[in-house]
Design a protein around this ligand. Structure first.
Ligand code: BGC
Length: 526
C-alpha cells in the first residue's frame, strides 16, 4: 500500500473519474424526475378527499352544520385512504432494494412504474372507498420501489462533483409534484361528476410513462454491473453516462476503482439483509451506516415538514387565517422556488454543513412561531408571525434537510449492501411519514390534544435532536466518489470528515493497477 502511494500522486487521485459532458449530465439528472411520483401522490389526496362530489358519492350524510356540503367522509375513511399509501410505499421500498440487486436498478424502476400504473388504473376506475384504498395500496408499492431505486440509481451514475446537485433534483421534483397536485385539485374540485377526482388521479399515468420511457433508453448503473461481474457491460455503461470513450484513462481508472472497492468490501462482508446489521458500532460498520441512514430519514420527518403540507390548510383555518387555501399554495410555491438554491449550496458548503445549519434555522423559526403564538392572545401578530416564519422555515427545509437527507443516503453505504441500505432508509422515511401523519391531528386538533400552535414547540425540540444526531453521525461526503466515501469512513470520524483528503485508492490497496503498465493490462482484460 505504501509503495503504491509513491506511484500514484494527488493528480491521479483527482482523476479517478472521467470528465463529463453536458449530455452525460442530462442522462444522470433525468431519473430524478421520479420525485414527481412521490410528491404528486402524497399531495393530490387531501384535495380529492375534500371535494364535494367525492364526499357525496363515497361518504355519509350529515347536517349542513357539520359540513356545508351535507356529506362527510368518516375520519377512519380519510385516515385509511391517506395512510394506506405509506403501507404500500414502505414495503415497496424494501422490495425495491431486493429486486434492484437481482435485475438491476433501471428495470426495477420501470417495473415499479408499471405497478404504480396498475394502482392508478384501479383508483381511476373506483367508485367507492374500497376501490380507492386498494388502488392506493398497489400504487404505493410502485412509488416505494421508485423512491428507493431512483436515489440509488442517480447516486451510482452521477459524477462525484455534481452528485449532490443531481440528487437534489429529485427533491425538487418532489416539490413540483406537490405543487402540481394541489393546482390540479383546485382546477377540478368544483366539477359535479366523477371527473372531479378521476382527472387528478389519472394524471399520474403521465408521470409513470415519462419516467419509464426515459429509463428505457438510459443505461444501467455501472456499479450494478460490477456487482454482477459483468465488466464489459459496466464499461459500456460508464462510457454512456460519462459521454467518453471506453479507452479514456478516466473511464478505465473509474472502473478499476469501483471494482477494487467491491472486491475489498466483499472480503469484509457479503450482501445479505443480515449483513446490513453487522459490524458493531465502529464508524464504518454496516450497522452504523444503516442506523445513520434510517435515523436521518426519520429525523427529516420529525422536522415537522409534512404537518404543513398535509394539514396546513386545516391548521391555518383553525388559527383563524382567513385565506387558508391561498396560504397552502404559497407554502408550496416557496418550497418549489427555494429548493434549487440547494443545487449550489450542497456542493459548495457540503451535506453536513447544510444539515447542521438547516436544523438551527428551522429550530429558531419554529420556536418563534410557537412563542409568539402563545404570547399574543389577540392572534393578529401571531398570525403574521406564523405566516412569515413558516415561509422561512419551509425555505430552510427546502434548501437543507429536504435534499441533503436524500443525497446522504445515496452515498454512505458500501456497494455490497447499498441497494438494501438505501431501501431501509427510504422505508424509514415512509414509516415516519405515516406515523406523523396519523398522530398529528390527535395532538393538534381542538377536540383532541388541542396543542394548536404549540405543536411548533414539538417540531422545534425535535430539530434540536436533529442537530445533535447530525453532529455525531453524519459525515461530510461532498466531492468524493462513492468509493472514496467508503475510505473516508474507514479513516476518519463524522466530526473530522470534512477535512479528510484521499491519500490512496482501493485499486492501490487491492494491488489492482494504477501505473501505466497495469492500466493497459487492465484495459485488455476488460
Ligand atoms: C420529504 C417529504 C416531504 C417533501 C416536501 C421530502 O424530502 O421526504 O416527506 O413531503 O420533502 O418537500
Amino acid at each position: 500500500m505504501s509503495d503504491s502511494k509513491h506511484v500514484v500522486g494527488t493528480t491521479d487521485l483527482n482523476h479517478i473519474e472521467a470528465p463529463v459532458t453536458w449530455r452525460a449530465y442530462l442522462i444522470c439528472g433525468f431519473a430524478s424526475f421520479g420525485g414527481i411520483l412521490f410528491g404528486y401522490d402524497s399531495g393530490y389526496i387531501s384535495g380529492v378527499l375534500g371535494m364535494d362530489y367525492v364526499k357525496r358519492e363515497m361518504g355519509n350524510a350529515v347536517s349542513t352544520d357539520v359540513d356545508p356540503s351535507g356529506f362527510i367522509l368518516a375520519s377512519w375513511q380519510k385516515s385509511l385512504i391517506t395512510s394506506i399509501l405509506s403501507a404500500g410505499t414502505f414495503f415497496g421500498a424494501l422490495l425495491g432494494g431486493e429486486i434492484s440487486e437481482r435485475i438491476g436498478r433501471r428495470t426495477t424502476i420501470m417495473i415499479s412504474c408499471l405497478i404504480y400504473s396498475i394502482g392508478v388504473a384501479v383508483q381511476t376506475g373506483s367508485i367507492n372507498v374500497g376501490g380507492l384504498v386498494a388502488g392506493r395500496l398497489i400504487a404505493g408499492f410502485g412509488v416505494g420501489g421508485v423512491s428507493a431505486t431512483v436515489i440509488l440509481y442517480v447516486s451510482e451514475i452521477s459524477p462525484r462533483k455534481v452528485r449532490g446537485l443531481l440528487v437534489s433534483g429529485y427533491q425538487w421534483a418532489i416539490t413540483i409534484g406537490l405543487l402540481v397536485s394541489s393546482g390540479v385539485d383546485q382546477g377540478t374540485k368544483d366539477r359535479d361528476d366523477r371527473s372531479s377526482y378521476r382527472i387528478p388521479i389519472a394524471i399520474q399515468f403521465i408521470w409513470a410513462f415519462i419516467l419509464s420511457a426515459g429509463l428505457f433508453v438510459l443505461p444501467e448503473s455501472p456499479r450494478y454491473y460490477v456487482k454482477r461481474d459483468r465488466l464489459e457491460s459496466a464499461l459500456k455503461s460508464l462510457e454512456r453516462v460519462r459521454g467518453q470513450k471506453a479507452t479514456t484513462p478516466g473511464i478505465q481508472a473509474e472502473l478499476a476503482e469501483i471494482k477494487a472497492n467491491y472486491e475489498y468490501e466483499r472480503q469484509i462482508a457479503s450482501n445479505s439483509w443480515l449483513d446490513c446489521f453487522r459490524g458493531g458500532f465502529a464508524p464504518r460498520s454496516n450497522l452504523r451506516r444503516v442506523i445513520a441512514g434510517t435515523s436521518l430519514q426519520m429525523f427529516q420527518q420529525w422536522t415537522g415538514i409534512n404537518f404543513i403540507f398535509y394539514y396546513g390548510t386545516t391548521f391555518f383555518q383553525q388559527v383563524g387565517i382567513s385565506n387558508a387555501f391561498l396560504m397552502s399554495v404559497i407554502m408550496n410555491v416557496v418550497n418549489v422556488a427555494t429548493t434549487p438554491a440547494s443545487f449550489y449550496m450542497i456542493e459548495r458548503f457540503g451535506r453536513r454543513t447544510l444539515l447542521l445549519w438547516g436544523a438551527v434555522i428551522m429550530c429558531v423559526c419554529e420556536f418563534i412561531v410557537a412563542i409568539v403564538g402563545v404570547a399574543d392572545t389577540s392572534g393578529h401578530a401571531a398570525n403574521i408571525c406564523l405566516i412569515v416564519f413558516t415561509c422561512f422555515y419551509i425555505a430552510g427545509f427546502a434548501t437543507t434537510w429536504g435534499p441533503a437527507a436524500w443525497v446522504v443516503i445515496g452515498e454512505i453505504y458500501p456497494l455490497p449492501i447499498r441497494a438494501k441500505g438505501v431501501a431501509l432508509a427510504t422505508a424509514s422515511n415512509w414509516l415516519w411519514n405515516c406515523v406523523i401523519a396519523v398522530i398529528t391531528p390527535y395532538i393538534v386538533d381542538k377536540d383532541r390534544g388541542n396543542l394548536g400552535v404549540k405543536v411548533f414547540f414539538v417540531w422545534g425540540s425535535a430539530l434540536f435532536l436533529c442537530y445533535v444526531f447530525v453532529y455525531f453521525f453524519i459525515p461530510e461526503t461532498k466531492g468524493l466518489s462513492l468509493e472514496q466515501v467508503d475510505k473516508m469512513l474507514e479513516e476518519t470520524t463524522p466530526r473530522t470528515s470534512a477535512k479528510w483528503k484521499p491519500s490512496d485508492t482501493f485499486a492501490q490497496t487491492m494491488g489492482m493497477a494504477n501505473n501505466d503498465k497495469e492500466d493497459s493490462a487492465h484495459q485488455e482484460k476488460v
